[in-house]
Every structure is written in C-alpha cells, then in structure tokens.
Design a protein around this ligand. Structure first.
Ligand SMILES: Cc1ncc(C[n+]2csc(CCOP(=O)(O)OP(=O)(O)O)c2C)c(N)n1
Ligand SMILES: [Mg+2]
Length: 577
C-alpha cells in the first residue's frame, strides 16, 4: 500500500522525538489516527476531554523538552485544544497540535464543523500550517516541528481528512533538528555590567524560569556580590533549595525578605524572568539590569537601565570573573533574617496544625512537603494551591514543581501530573488540586488514569469554594459572590470510578492519610482533604489598597448579615494579618 500523507507525517514526528499523542479521534481525524496505529511508535492517549490531553502534553513537553503531539477533530474537538495551547505558549512548551479539518472540497462553503484555523489559532500558536495539497507536507510538518522545538511553543498542523488519506508524493521527507546557538553578550557589555555592579552598594537578584540551567552560576554570583536572591514562582524550583542567599518571593504570593531585597537595593538584576506584576517591582530609586534570551522580555514590565540578550548560564559564567567581590554583607544578612522570621510566622499553622480543625491547608502542604520523595514532581492548580505550594513546599535538586504559572488557567494540575507520570513512569507525581479545578477537568479523566493505572496522587483542597477568587473579591472590597458550591465525597466518587480514595476530615489523620496515598503506586489515588475555607493567604507585603479593600469587604459582609464568616476569617488568620 502506498504511504499516505498521514503516514509520512507520523514518521517525521517520530524522528523529531515525539513519543505520545493525546486526544480524541473522530471524523476528519480518523485517517490520521489510523496511520498512527499503523506506525506503531507513538502511544495514543485516548483522553475524555481534549483539553485534559493538552495540559498533560504541556507538562510532558516542558519537563522533557521533547515535542509532544495533541489532536482534536474538526470544529468542536479543535476548540477544546485552545486553552491548553495558550498554556503551552505561555509556559514555553513544544506542543504540536494536529487539528482535523473538513474535506478540501467543502472548504469555505459553510459546512458543519468548519472553523477558520488561521483566525482561530492566531492568539495561541507560533505557527499554523494548513495542508490542502500533499506537496506541502514536507514544508509544513518541518516548520511545525522546528518552530515548536526551537522557539519553544505550540504549533498547529491543520489536516483535512481527504488530504490525510491521500498518497504522499515520492520525495525525501528526512530532516534534522538544528542545534540552538548559545547566546552571550559581548565582552564590552559584560564589562559595563560589571562596572555597574561594582559601583552599587546593595545588589539583589530576581531570577525566573531562565535560570533553569544556571543555578550554580547564579548562586556563585550572589555570593560574590553579597546579593539576596529572590525569585518568581517559576524560578523558585531552580533558585531556592540549598541556596544560602535565598530570600523568597515577591508579588501576590510573596513571602520572606524578597520585598525589601528588591525595593531597598541600589541595583536589581533581573535574570531570565518576565515577572508580570510591575506594581511589585521598584521605581526609579533602584537601577535595573535585565538579562534574557528573549529580547521581547527586556524592559516590557519596567524601564531598565541596561538590557542584555543572553542565556543566563553562559552570561553569568562570563560575568563572574569580571565582578569584584563585595565585603559588606549587612544588606544580605538582614534580608535572610527577615526570611527566617517569616518562615517562623508561617510555621504557626504547621506546628499547631494537628490541633486545628478544619484542617489548615498550610499544615497539609507542609506535611506533603515533608513526606514526598526527594525526586517528587509537584503540579499545582491555579488557585490557593499556588500560595500554599509557594510558601510551604521546598524544592530539591531533583524535585520539580510546575503549574499554569504564566497563563494562569484553572484545572491544570491533574492533567499536568498525568503527562509527567507517562513521561517518567514510577516517579512520585503529586497534583495539588483545587476542588473547583479538579471538578472542572480532572474528575472526568480520572477514568483515563484508572484505565492506564497511572499512579498520580491527587490531593484535593476541599474548601467548597473558588477560594482564590473569594480572596480577590475581598481584597477589592467586594462581598464574595458566585464562589460557593457543594462537593460530593471525592473519596467515594474516586472509588466508584476505580481509583483509590481517601477522605481526611480530622487534622490528626493528615499525616497517615498522605503517607498512605504516597505509598499507593498501582494507580491513581484521590485524597479528599476537607480544609478550612476561611484560610486567608495575603502576601507578605500588603499594599495599602489591599488592606483598605479587605477592611471594606469585612464591613460590607457585616452589613449583609455575614458576621459569622467575618469573625471566622479574622479569628482563623489573626497570626497572619
Ligand atoms: C479556566 C479558568 N476559569 C476561571 C479562572 C479564574 N480563577 C482563578 S483561581 C479560581 C478559583 C479556583 O478555585 P479552586 O480550584 O476551588 O481552588 P481554591 O482557590 O479554592 O483553592 C478561579 C475561578 C481561571 N484562572 N481559569
Ligand atoms: Mg476551592
């Protein structure tokens, strides 16, 4: 049998390192998935919702840095891919989407399920190639692969069913993925930067995801400059653990000495971070230097005094010998002391945790952190889970933490963890889920995990609330509205679906329940933890408008007869305010 367009497309994708394709078959995709079956080298992960498949692919692609394929069929199947592709774009994950398309003879005639792929994917993808003629195959597939891998983001191959099933033209479809160059600023620019560092009394580093391979170099530089090291949520896993100069995070999730480290410095070095909350970044009193591989990141959040385009590892390595060692460690010592005292404050709920009911999420996060393996992979839902993970989970050389940190979608943790577990079978994989997030996406595809016997540990923060939004509303001075809901017993639901289920209502049961879940390796487990719905999570530095808004909200709630809730929130959080 002659090879079809779809056959050769899969061959090329296999050569690019693709191991899995997540999605749902149907209509236009049938010949595409039939060719995948014939190929035999790609595992087809039949999910229950395409969106779940994309979030799984994003985690796999981010962790392995290999391209991962997702697919959805013409129209509705394709639309389910969109949110996950936006996530891939923002998290920098090489995901390639195969979008089914109506037969070419129907294009632009308003048939059922047609969708203009260029318009639709415009915001989400770095490249959209629509194959309407088999002769395009080599160019479109090569471009989709190379763009995804080299520019680190999602691309789309749009494939009508009739073209997928057509014979392929007889020509070579071999290709290689070229190696990316390592960018480093010129020596004169590095000398200029070294001069600015030497002239500054107090220097602080704020590092992000760009420090992924630069941890040792950044710590060495901080030692030499006596500089506190603050980080974004994406930078935390690379810069916090085993770093004597780590001072925590700034921004909405802030903790530790980071806020003052950043705002009281003479010079702030922004390394590989596109930190989006400019209100938490300092004004003109602090000089700023930003280094990033992506020139578009430089200066887009705040004005910088010097911007350098470069890979953080090689740039910092080249900078190190040019910088003079500083003698005065006073500024650094103060920020470290602040970080320690904030840790003690946060420790309140951890040490008191076993006696406090309902269960404090901080206590749960701290126990999880303590019991998890040294090479555990944590996935964190958008919501309060991010706050507890940021403040109470500690990284390690081989620990990983990932979430929808740059895009901020709900419901990412469960599918992220699933994708990671498929890529690293047997490695401990933990999803810290909101109850809103888990019921949005994770619950349906728990069936997929059961079928695959994938050992993902889901820890559900059961607060019967969109708690993060409730806090947002209170900070803005509103009465929380539209944020409450009722949950079933998730442990019972999990059992009915064929997974292991554990329900924890008593604080004294947290340790044993989490340990039991982590020891379960023959399939997915859902730990339904009934946590305090009034657990507040204010940042370490509360801007004036937030404090004002919060007080206003409390006053409004009293007027609406919600005095009980107000008292509970105040009472439960008195140590944090
Ligand atoms: C798809 C999507 N819808 C809505 C939001 C806005 N949002 C951000 S966090 C959040 C609440 C999450 O609730 P839950 O998963 O229960 O976590 P909790 O904050 O209660 O721990 C919402 C609605 C979002 N980020 N993504
Ligand atoms: Mg919730």
């Amino acid at each position: 049998m002659a090879q079809t367009v779809a056959d050769v497309m899969w061959e090329m994708l296999v050569k690019a390192g693709v191991k899995r394709c997540y999605g749902i078959v149907g209509d236009a995709l049938n010949p595409v998935i039939d060719a995948l079956r014939r190929n035999g080298k790609i595992d087809f992960i039949h999910v229950r919702n395409e969106e779940y498949g994309v979030f799984a692919a994003v985690a796999e692609a981010y962790l392995t840095e290999n391209p991962v394929v997702v697919c959805g069929t013409a129209g509705p199947g394709v639309t389910h891919l969109f949110n996950g592709l936006m996530d891939a774009l923002k998290e920098g994950a090489p995901v390639i989407a195969i979008a089914g398309d109506v037969d070419t003879k129907l294009m632009d005639t308003f048939p059922r399920q047609e969708l203009n792929p260029y318009k639709f994917f415009d915001a989400a993808c770095l490249y959209v190639g629509r194959i309407v003629n088999p002769e395009q195959l080599r160019s479109v597939v090569t471009t989709a692969i190379l763009t995804a891998v080299l520019d680190k983001g999602p691309t789309v191959i749009v494939l009508p069913g009739d073209v997928a099933a057509a014979d392929v033209p007889s020509r070579a479809h071999d290709f290689t993925v070229p190696v990316r160059p390592i960018l480093c600023p010129s020596e004169s620019d590095l000398r200029r930067l070294a001069g600015m560092i030497d002239a500054a009394g107090k220097v602080t580093i704020l590092g992000g995801e760009g420090c992924r391979y630069a941890r040792e170099e950044v710590i060495q530089l901080s030692e030499k400059m006596k500089a506190p090291v603050a980080y974004s949520l994406r930078g935390k896993q690379w810069l916090e653990h085993d770093n004597p100069n780590a001072v925590g995070m700034t921004g909405l999730l802030g903790y530790g000495g980071a806020y003052r480290a950043i705002n009281d410095a003479d010079l702030l070095l922004l390394l590989g971070t596109d930190f989006p909350y400019s209100e938490f970044l300092p004004g003109d009193g602090v000089k700023k230097v930003q280094i990033d591989t992506d020139p578009k990141h430089i200066g887009r959040r705040i004005a910088v005094d010097l911007g350098l385009v470069g890979d953080i590892r090689s740039t910092v390595a080249a900078l190190l010998p040019l910088v003079r060692k500083k003698a005065d460690g006073h500024f650094l010592d103060q920020r470290i002391a602040e970080t320690r005292s904030f840790e003690e404050l946060l420790g309140h709920y951890v040490t008191k945790g076993p006696q406090i009911k309902p269960i404090r999420p901080e206590f749960l996060a701290a126990i999880l952190n303590e019991l998890a393996a040294d090479d555990a992979m944590f996935f964190v839902d958008t919501g309060t889970a991010c706050m507890w993970a940021a403040r109470h989970m500690r990284g390690g050389k081989n620990r990983r933490m990932f979430g929808s940190f740059a895009w901020g979608s709900m419901a990412n943790a469960s599918p992220n963890a699933f994708g990671a577990q498929l890529a690293y079978p047997g490695r401990q994989t933990i999803a810290l889920c909101g109850d809103g997030g888990f019921t949005m996406l994770g619950l349906g595809d728990l069936l997929t995990e059961v079928e695959r016997k994938t050992p993902v540990v889901h820890i559900i923060l059961n607060n019967e609330k969109l708690d993060f939004v409730s806090i947002e509303m209170q900070e803005a001075g509103m009465v929380p509205f539209g944020v409450d809901f009722k949950n079933p017993d998730f442990a019972k639901v999990a059992k009915a679906m064929g997974a292991k289920g554990i329900r924890i209502e008593e604080p004294g049961d947290v340790r044993a329940g989490v340990a039991e879940a982590l020891a379960h390796t023959s399939g997915p487990v859902v730990v339904d933890v009934v946590v305090d719905p009034f657990a507040l999570a204010l940042p370490s530095h509360v801007p004036f408008h937030t404090a004002k808004g919060f007080t206003l909200s409390m006053a409004k709630q009293v007027l609406k007869g919600k005095m009980d809730d107000v008292i509970k929130t105040m009472e439960h959080n008195v140590r944090l305010i």
